[in-house]
Design a binder for this molecule. Structure first.
Ligand code: ADP
Ligand code: MG
Length: 240
């Protein structure tokens, strides 16, 4: 997983470039979408439905890429991690019903206020919960944990009991566009990693194939204090 972080660092530049291009593609794409919608309104057509679906897919990729382009550390303010987690989990209400998923919260925060950017942090947990749900095609539990380790650090975990990630693939996670999903963009984890880095936190993946995945995030309460105040996370053993 350390390997993953290094990799993400190297590829950060690639991400920036890709995001720039994404921005340029967005405007013509909006036009194409608008006219396609008009065509469908005029005369429903099964081929145009496919065109529309694919336009929506490109839109999704572009919005992921644009997230990478946003400049880091702009509007850090006091945010409530409890609220961020609660709000994010609520977004999955219908999706979890649909997929037979139970999202369980174990929030044990005596002090849940940190310095950060609420929307970015929500984006992180949205991506992680999405991945967790997608890893459990037959349903299952997603556990969201949050604890204060000490005065200065909050640790959150997103735990699923899904398909897991084979060891040889864990190192590829930081690569943009690395996805094992038919409709994946392969950008989610890269975005998460970048947002957490901007908050001076750490991001770790622990996974066992066919057992599940744990994503551990360590966030300093006051990012000015930086990483040195983070407790070292015990490296979890991975079974082969
Ligand atoms: P995407 O979800 O679009 O594929 P991500 O960057 O979110 O892109 O994830 C990259 C890949 O990492 C996924 O395609 C999947 O193979 C793996 N992955 C991420 N999270 C999980 C998880 N919770 N369980 C199993 N595999 C995961
Ligand atoms: Mg994803």
């Amino acid at each position: 997983t350390e390997h993953m972080m290094q990799r993400a660092e190297q590829l950060h530049v690639v991400g920036q470039l890709a995001a720039g291009i994404a921005h340029e593609i967005r405007n013509p794409l909006t036009t194409i979408k608008g006219f396609t919608q008009l065509l469908i309104q005029d005369e429903p057509n099964k081929y145009l439905d496919v065109v529309m679906q694919e336009i929506e897919r490109v839109e999704e990729i572009i919005s992921d890429l644009l997230l990478l382009a946003k400049p880091p550390i702009s509007t850090f303010e006091e945010v409530d991690m409890r609220k961020i987690l609660n709000d994010t989990i609520k977004l999955f209400y219908s999706e979890s019903l649909l997929h037979n998923i139970e999202i369980i919260q174990e929030i044990q925060l005596t002090n849940s206020i940190i310095k950060g950017e609420a929307n970015k942090l929500k984006q992180v947990y949205i991506n992680l919960i999405k991945n967790a749900i997608e890893a459990m095609p037959n349903g299952g539990k997603v556990l969201i944990k949050a604890t204060n380790v000490n005065e200065t650090v909050i640790i959150t975990e997103v735990i699923d009991e899904g398909i897991g990630i084979p060891v040889d693939r864990i190192k590829r996670l930081g690569e943009p566009f690395y996805s094992t999903k038919e409709k994946g963009t392969g950008l989610g984890l890269m975005i998460c990693d970048q947002i957490i880095k901007n908050h001076r936190g750490t991001f770790k993946v622990h996974s066992i194939e066919n057992k599940g995945t744990i994503i551990t995030i360590q966030l300093p309460k006051n990012m000015d204090m930086g990483k040195k105040n983070n407790l070292p996370i015990k490296r979890l053993k991975r079974k082969g």
